[in-house]
Design a protein around this ligand. Structure first.
Ligand SMILES: *Cc1c(COP(=O)(O)O)cnc(C)c1O
Length: 402
């Protein structure tokens, strides 16, 4: 793949009439090294945020050795892409028995998460050897339900055992696990480090209630990226708060700290070039939408940064909304997206920060969702990893509730 300077260079070279995904391997490499060097523990990449094999290779080459997978297809994909060396963890709390069996016996997966007694029994049964002996090398992480109140996208209602019910499950899991972990997810795009501090307080209560030793404390995903209207505290503040809170747990001397960033390792990897096909007032009909990489823009009103790529459009910016290419009214993205007032059909727009839950969401619905891929060498529209600390009076503890 040839490397272009930036999105404008891609437009000049290809004049694309389909959307073009832009890859920025240097940005993903920087994010990976940041987590590997600065997170006070182990960083597992949550593959679902963006399973593209080229991204997996960049993360692996930059020191990410552990992968949080949620399905047998993701497990096969990581093995096919990166080989036998990476450590794969199967962190979906509800798994088909056949998937657990294949993960353990064929792909060497030893780490599983669970949030119920039934799932614990499934894991024990599916990992027995041919003679029926129970596995003695399991790392089992019990998923605790925690609050999502500081995050833009909740993950609080589907998975996780309530603190009040956790002790018997932790004790039963301790009986069969070689390594016992407690994991949680504070919700995606957690806007303050306090989300993790509060969750770790719940972990402390769970450990004390159950009177058990714990080998892994896994603080999950939720590490934020930067989007319009969502400027989180610097990533270092998250790491420092987590480190302090984890150090004060009664098991800190004997346990490992893990995290599972998806968004934070992938958001800066992709942007996308789209074309305006029609303008109706301040609504732009573009060739990508709700069934494509803009799923979150449509379904959870996520705002992505945008840039008009036609240098002649120099008038002041106004608020625009987008319609995607399918025939469906739901293919609508309210934004607002700030673009020059004189933008016209035929113009190209770059939409930034689409590496997490963007490029991965494309479907073929209505005959769209194919397209081109190019590599560019410029900076993403925003980055968490340049070492520029924003003024904490303005950026710390920004809590945005919807
Ligand atoms: C989705 C998910 C992640 C990644 O979350 P981000 O908010 O993208 O960091 C991590 N762990 C689990 C179990 C998940 O389901």
């Amino acid at each position: 793949m040839s490397i272009h300077l930036d999105a404008s260079a891609v437009v000049r070279a290809l004049a694309p009439n389909e959307p073009v995904i832009l890859n920025r391997p240097q940005a993903a490499a920087r994010a990976a090294r940041f987590f590997v060097e600065k997170f006070p523990g182990k960083s597992l990449y949550a593959v679902k945020a963006n399973p593209s094999p080229d991204l997996l290779a960049v993360l692996w080459e930059n020191g990410v050795t552990h992968y949080d997978t949620a399905s047998i297809v993701e497990i096969r994909l990581v093995r096919e892409t990166l080989g036998a060396e990476p450590t794969l963890c199967f962190m979906h709390p509800v798994k088909p028995v056949a998937a657990i069996h294949e993960a353990y016996h064929i792909h060497g997966v030893r780490t599983f998460s669970l949030d119920s007694q039934e799932e614990l029994e499934k894991i024990v049964e599916a990992t027995r050897d041919r003679d029926g002996n129970a596995a003695t090398d399991l790392s089992l992480c019990v998923r605790l339900r925690v609050s999502s109140e500081y995050s833009e996208l909740s993950l609080a209602s589907k998975f996780g055992i309530d603190l009040a019910d956790a002790a018997p499950l932790l004790q039963a899991t301790r009986q069969v696990a070689d390594c016992l972990g407690i994991c949680f997810h504070v919700g995606s795009q957690a806007m303050t480090p306090f989300a993790y501090v509060q969750a770790l307080e719940r972990v402390r209560a769970a450990i004390v209630d159950a009177s058990i030793t714990v080998d892994i404390i896994d603080v999950g995903g939720g590490f934020p990226s930067i989007y319009p209207g969502m400027e989180p505290a610097p990533m270092e503040d998250y790491f420092a708060s987590i480190h302090r809170a984890a150090e004060s747990l009664p098991v800190s001397y004997s346990s490992e700290l893990w995290c599972e960033p998806g968004r934070a390792l992938s958001a800066e990897y992709n942007s996308m070039i789209v074309q305006v096909e029609k303008r109706r007032g301040n609504e732009l009909f573009i060739n990508e939408g709700a069934y494509g990489a803009l799923y979150d823009a449509a379904h959870v009103e996520w705002r992505f940064p945008v840039k008009c790529l036609n240098p002649e459009r120099d008038s002041a910016e106004e608020d625009f909304a987008f319609y995607g290419p399918t025939c469906d009214d739901a293919d609508y993205m309210e934004g607002p997206f700030r673009l020059p007032a004189n933008i016209q059909p035929g113009d190209y727009i770059e939409i930034g920060m689409l590496g997490a839950y963007g490029a991965a969401m494309r479907t073929r619905f209505n005959g769209f969702g194919t397209g081109m891929v190019a590599e560019v060498g410029d900076e993403p529209m925003a980055t968490q990893y340049c070492g520029t600390r924003r003024d904490p009076r303005h950026s710390d503890n920004v809590v945005r509730l919807r």
